[in-house]
Design a protein around this ligand. Structure first.
Ligand SMILES: O=C(O)CCC(=O)C(=O)O
Ligand SMILES: [Fe+2]
Length: 294
């Protein structure tokens, strides 16, 4: 069976690349601000269900807005996760018991050494790029309970479009970045105790049903890349694409009650400033499976 991620199948790849581009041509960047409306509890109406399903199939993400949310955010996120076919939540080092992380500026404890808990910008990454392979983060929901007074804008980029760009530049870039040891994250040791073992992985990983997943971070600190010429060239090409502006780079500033449902797309966050009235409160729920809607 020919399929688009097989490097020997240039015809299937071309058809898929053209189809993906056509989705973005039909939608247009400006249209992404037309987010899917949900009720206060995050229940999907049948039209919202169909809309989210289509958008996730085309772009790997969908933006939503809750109508005047009242229930607590954890309950809403779990409700949405269930409707998206998302099951197992990721156990994060800093997540609370129920594995949904609240992201706010925290100024004490271990958390303050992790950039997400500061007001600093975060560069291009997919979530959980350091997780062990059996706990790959394949989807997450990022939800805004309250935006910052200023800044805190997210950019989103569908990994499929990154793959297409790299493969069109040089299919060998894909081969290099699909090697299972191309990117290594050293073990995490705190107070002499290993809290995470070293993990090596590919950047591009083929999941079930030929879905593409990506593990990546632009951070230089604590990532050891293969230093062969091909990998280094592929990385330069990837970084150049990420830092460029294409029709696939979607920028959005989430407002209170809004969020993004996604198959772990690449994303960034700009720096922000909190005020007493508007302290940025975001939630992040990570899952080990992809969005799966009937
Ligand atoms: O705060 C945000 O907008 C995004 C945070 C993020 O990407 C992360 O914590 O992985
Ligand atoms: Fe993230």
């Amino acid at each position: 069976m020919p399929y688009h991620l097989d490097l020997e199948q240039s015809q299937s790849f071309k058809q898929w690349a053209d189809l993906k581009r056509s989705f973005y041509e039909q939608r247009g960047r400006a249209d992404f601000i037309n987010v899917v409306e949900l009720d206060a509890h995050g229940n999907f109406s049948s039209s919202a269900h169909a809309e989210i399903k289509t958008q996730v199939e085309c772009f790997n993400f969908a933006l939503y807005r809750l109508d005047d949310p009242e229930a607590d955010t954890l309950t809403i996120l779990k409700n949405m996760g269930a409707q998206l076919g998302l099951k197992e939540l990721d156990k994060n080092l800093c997540a609370s018991e129920d594995r949904v992380t609240q992201l706010t500026v925290k100024d004490h404890g271990r958390a303050n050494t992790y950039i997400p808990y500061t007001n600093k910008p975060i560069g291009w990454h997919t979530d959980g790029y350091y997780n062990p392979m059996h706990q790959r983060v394949l989807a997450f929901i990022l939800h805004c309970e309250q935006p910052a007074a200023q800044g805190g804008v997210n950019q989103l980029l569908d990994p499929d479009m990154v793959y297409i760009h790299l493969r069109e530049q040089n299919p060998e870039f894909i081969r290099a970045l699909s090697r299972p040891e191309v990117m290594c994250i050293p073990e995490n040791i705190e107070d002499g105790i290993e809290i995470r073992p070293q993990t090596c992985s590919a950047v591009f990983i083929e999941e079930q049903d030929h879905a593409l997943a990506m593990r990546f971070s632009k951070r230089k600190h604590n990532i050891i890349w293969s230093n062969d010429t091909l990998t280094q060239e592929a990385l330069s090409c990837l970084l150049e694409f990420l830092d460029s502006d294409t029709p696939y780079h979607i920028e959005y500033r989430l407002q209170a009650g809004e969020g993004v449902i996604n198959n772990n797309v690449l994303h960034t966050r700009s720096a922000f400033t909190d005020s007493a009235e508007s302290k940025r409160i975001f939630y992040r729920a990570r899952y080990y499976n992809r969005i799966n809607m009937q």
